[in-house]
Design a binder for this molecule. Sequence first.
Ligand code: HAM
Length: 419
Amino acid sequence: MIQIPRGTYDVLPEDAFKWQKIEAAAREICARFNYKELRTPLFESTALFQRGVGDTTDIVQKEMYSFKDRGGRELTLRPEGTASIVRAYVENKLYGDPNQPQKLYYIGPMFRYERPQAGRNRQFTQFGCEALGSADPSIDAEVISLAMTFYQTLGLKKLKLVLNSLGDPESRKAHRDALIAHFKPSIGEFCDDCQQRLEKNPLRILDCKADHNHPLMATAPSIIDYLNDASRDYFNKVKAILDEMGIDYELDPTLVRGLDYYNHTTFEIMGASQGAITTLMGGGRYNGLVSELGGPETPGIGFALSIERLLLALEVEGISLNSDPALDGFVVAIGEAAEQKTPVLLNRLRLAGLTADKDYIGRKVKGQFKQADRDKAKFVVVIGDEELEQEKAVVKNMADGSQEAVAFKDLTDYLKEKI
Ligand code: HAM
């Protein structure tokens, strides 16, 4: 038997309604904050992620699903959404649109070859927002508030916002030099990846999974001490707006994030823990990415979160999203003649906008009523020989057990009025 690929899963109908609710909540929140959907392909040129996410990141070095298509093109299933959004922004010249900043969102599958565990999948679904074209600290606070509001709308309470700043290029350069000086004398004690990263991108050493217990990690120079005045000022403004909004946060100077495009504000939201993974969402500012990908110098900031980790957090906090909707009507046929009539009646109900169904596998009357129960039908429409003759149906209200005879021609109006 052929089985589902490792790190992926099916969403069965009994769970799919949760996904629909979550996605609807995301769209509703985006409308409130005036973010518009941008849909991009599930695969892109491999070079987009090498350049956008960064050659020295785990994502690009170890986790991409890359392949050559039949035309010999190097393609990759997208591991994240930001690079694609920025590519689309540049390619469609959205920087020329008078609507600025461009406030965009996406919901869709991402692919990373990671070691699967709860909350870490090889195909997972991200909801992300990106605001391109503003370097105003209030937009940093806005995207953070959007994510917080989204989680809170769904009922999550145990949320912790963690905040840091990586500063501007000048600050990052000073910090980079300090990191190299710090690690260089003992770099032989670190993994091969870290040895390679030392000169190329020493910041990546700080989020190395293999060496995170090395004593030099704890004493590594902190970016916060290398922020220049402009970067410190920017970060203070972001914090002041969050303070005024009443959004609590914790400062964490080790929050460097695993993607290369970040500068200035970086943030994560942690949730109630179950196992090791508590990071529900991550994001930050990426001034410079648009120009790196061929567009004009444009500031940007955004976040992404996965629905998989959100579902785990809802479970840990004991929050159940209400179950899938009930049917308005279920048509029960007694006898062959009635069976012939039910498709037409049922179709009439559906054309009138009611949700309705019937039996298709020859159940006896009792079985048909059981199926109506399983479908949580509000009304059961019963047709037998006598009803056929009189062109009437017996309509049973399943909530109180009462029943009434209703003429076929009045059936949709009757049900619509009752529902
Ligand atoms: P990221 O931190 O790599 O950032 O991923 C963001 C979120 O995606 C994580 O916090 C987590 O909820 C979810 N996630 C990541 N990997 C997995 C996985 N294997 N299984 C389940 N969930 C996962 C980014 O992707 C950036 N593009 C975020 C961003 C947008 N920064 C600026 N704009």
